[in-house]
Design a protein around this ligand. Structure first.
Ligand SMILES: [Mn+2]
Length: 303
């Protein structure tokens, strides 16, 4: 059983592992959960061997209670002591752009589009500023494929989790071995059209407060990061976005230049689920609490 992340890197990692390790089943935690809930654990309990791909699961060690655990990953993580193997270059202090590259090297695979799609999915165009661009260029040379094709395929594979379709994510693993099948998938292209239209519509509603752009929206789709990025990069200003979902609130803050990471600690101190980097902050809050924290950030940023 392959247990994998719902994004392009996770999907391509699962496809590589299934083909090369002779596994024929796959599973993903509920979209948005970086852990296995009771229902997920029950679904996995009958399996004797579980291979985790591209995820640092908060409760990975629970798997050891009923199955042999093997992990292929590249996230910041601590070694899972009960795992039979934990293959993650980060444990030796090395940063890899994708889990697919970890798998490719560890299993000594032939270079194909899946290895590259994992990197393009996780890092985007910035992969071309890293040493691993050599792998991308080698693939493009050998296959005659363009970078745009790779970028589009990654966007298409990611469209399933953005639409919150877990079944589709699982299905995508079975078309990932054929780049044209991904690019020509009617199902994925339809997703993408819906998402692009919605993102465009949301971005156009952002309010310009001079030094920053703010937006309050309501969508069940997982597009807040894409919306904030488009506003911030398009306007060259800090973007603050609130999404009020049916079951939770989400806040996303992205700045083109400012260090906004202090809000990660502030959000965590308030008990919210928060993560990010120097220039990005993502927060998930209980339903109804988003507006208050949104106003707090706004005030702090002088809006
Ligand atoms: Mn990844």
């Amino acid at each position: 059983m392959i247990l994998h992340h719902w994004d392009t890197d996770g999907i391509c990692s699962a496809s590589l592992l299934m083909e090369n390790l002779g596994e024929d089943e796959n599973f993903t935690p509920k979209i948005g959960n970086y852990f296995l809930d009771e229902e997920d654990l029950d679904a996995l309990r009958s399996h004797k061997k579980i291979i985790v791909a591209d995820m640092n699961l908060a409760n990975a060690k629970d798997i050891c209670g009923f199955a042999e655990l093997i992990i292929y990953d590249h996230h910041i993580a601590e070694r899972v002591e009960c795992a039979k193997a934990h293959i993650n270059p980060y444990l030796e202090g090395k940063s890899y752009p994708s889990a697919t590259l970890v798998i490719y090297e560890n299993l000594g695979l032939k270079l194909d589009h899946r290895v590259v799609l994992g990197m393009v999915g996780d890092v985007g165009r910035k992969i071309m500023d890293r040493a691993e661009k050599d792998v991308v260029l080698r693939y493009m040379e050998k296959s005659g494929r363009s970078f745009e094709d790779l970028e589009r395929a990654a966007m298409l594979l990611d469209s399933s989790y953005k639409m919150f379709r877990r079944d589709e994510v699982l299905e995508n693993v079975f078309i990932a071995n054929d780049l044209d099948e991904i690019l020509n998938s009617e199902r994925l292209n339809r997703n993408n059209e819906i998402l692009e239209k919605e993102i465009e519509q949301m971005v156009s509603k952002a309010e310009d407060l001079g030094n920053l752009m703010v937006l309050k929206m309501r969508t069940e789709h997982h597009i807040i990061s894409a919306v904030a990025r488009k506003i911030a990069w398009g306007m060259g200003k800090t973007a603050l976005v609130l999404n009020q979902k049916s079951d939770r609130d989400e806040i996303y803050l992205r700045s083109p230049d400012m260090d906004v990471s202090r809000f990660i600690d502030i959000a965590r101190a308030k008990g919210y689920n928060a993560g990010g980097k120097k220039e990005v902050v993502g927060v998930v809050l209980p339903k109804g609490e988003g507006e208050g924290f949104f106003n707090y950030i706004l005030k702090e940023l002088g809006g």
